[in-house]
Design a binder for this molecule. Structure first.
Ligand SMILES: Nc1nc2c(ncn2[C@@H]2O[C@H](COP(=O)(O)OP(=O)(O)OP(=O)(O)O)[C@@H](O)[C@H]2O)c(=O)[nH]1
Length: 364
């Protein structure tokens, strides 16, 4: 469900509620008005002049009330309340013009019909459904029909304004409430999505070195394989093993061993900075690198950079000694060799170890 559908759905729910409320209020008002008009003097006449006078007065009061409500509770009305009020005045101006015209023409039915046509037009233009417009138009129509029996200009003006502003107010406030609720729901789902993303990301990271763990590697490996199979882009696997790591652990302790692992991961990451690649911790002291769009020159260059970079610096935690790594790399340039690529890199690593460690071996 997209944003607009969600708003429409909420609107429908809200409309049945506000529609029911509006019908009750309108009917109560109508009975009151009818009761009052029953006692009116038949000689009181309504003229176009008295309509416009009371119309102006009522709207000054209306705008004043809106202003007070907004000052007391800024969140109650939406930001465009002034524009909404102006539209309301404009629409009512047309309606009142129509009603006065109908009175002049001595027709009681034309006024309410004219009003409902205007509401229909405004409703359709604003994107409301016909059912919704019907719910609002029906009580308005019936109550206006009743109110045309009124002879008192002021009461009539007041009554009409209450009805019309009621409609407008319900539509506007229910709409802004709906939008606020939907926005809140969207914000909540975005937060949940982000949390899920973070959880998924954290599950793929090695807590000690900060590079991908075995699970992260699987994801990166699948990406590289699909690029190789679909787009024929070759990739390479480099296995990096710390030389005599067990001895480091045994001599300087596990904390020193951990520092070695962090330092090696850091150095490898720096060497890979300018290449499309990823690094993961594959096992205890073994790292695995995926180099995308690989060529043998590129892979040799990376292996050489890693070797030199790790040899260059000594580590305090292991008595200012330097560490070294042995690397085995394999390049996969066709879909058939995808399944064997890791064991090829492993064999290359074994070969490099046989050659005396602190070196690398690349196979294609
Ligand atoms: N400090 C530390 N040690 C670890 C961790 N994970 C595994 N190890 C140790 O890493 C050592 C790996 O030993 P080996 O696989 O024999 O590797 P090696 O001593 O480097 O031998 P070669 O690879 O043949 O040079 C084991 O002693 C493990 O206990 C870790 O997270 N931290």
């Amino acid at each position: 469900m997209n944003y607009d559908d969600a708003i429409d759905e909420e609107r429908r729910k809200m409309v049945s509620l506000s529609g029911a409320w509006f019908i009750i209020v309108t009917l109560t008002l109508s009975s009151f008005v009818l009761f009052y008009s029953y006692f009116l003097d038949d000689n009181q006449h309504i003229t176009a002049n008295s309509y416009s006078k009371y119309f102006a007065l009522t709207y000054i009061l209306f705008i004043g009330t809106l202003w007070v409500v907004r000052t007391l509770n800024p969140f109650y009305l939406d930001k465009n309340w002034m524009r909404n009020a102006s539209i309301l005045i404009f629409i009512n101006g047309i309606i009142w013009g129509g009603i006065v015209f109908c009175y002049v023409m001595e027709s009681r039915l034309l006024g309410p019909v004219f009003l409902c046509v205007i509401i229909l037009f405004c409703g359709i233009v604003s994107g409301y459904s016909l059912t919704l417009i019907g719910i609002y138009s029906l009580p308005i129509f019936s109550s206006l029909l009743i109110s045309t029996y009124l002879k008192d200009g002021l009461l009539h003006s007041l009554y009409m304004c209450i009805i019309l502003s009621g409609v407008w107010f319900i539509i506007k406030t229910s709409d802004s409430l709906i939008k606020k609720r939907i926005n809140k729901e969207i914000a909540t789902s975005l937060i949940l999505e982000k949390k899920a993303f973070n959880a998924c990301h954290n599950a793929q990271i090695d807590y000690l070195t900060g590079v991908f763990n075995r699970r992260g590697f699987e994801v990166e490996f699948k990406k590289a394989v699909s690029e190789c199979v679909i787009e024929q882009k070759p990739f390479a696997i480099i296995l990096v093993d710390i030389d005599y790591f067990k001895k480091i652990n045994d001599t300087f302790g596990h904390v020193a061993g951990d520092e070695c692992l962090i330092a090696v991961a850091d150095k490898i990451q720096k060497c890979l900075k300018f290449f499309v690649s990823s690094i993961s911790r594959y096992g205890g002291d073994e790292f695995i690198i995926i180099v995308n769009e690989a060529t043998s020159e590129k892979v040799e260059m990376i292996c050489n950079n890693i070797k030199n970079s790790i040899n260059e610096n000594s580590l305090k935690s292991i008595g200012d000694k330097c560490i070294s790594v042995t690397q085995g790399a394999a390049i996969c340039d066709n879909a058939r060799s995808v399944n064997d690529i890791i064991s090829c890199a492993d064999s290359a690593l074994y070969e490099a170890k046989q050659n005396g460690r602190n070196c690398y071996q690349v196979v294609e």
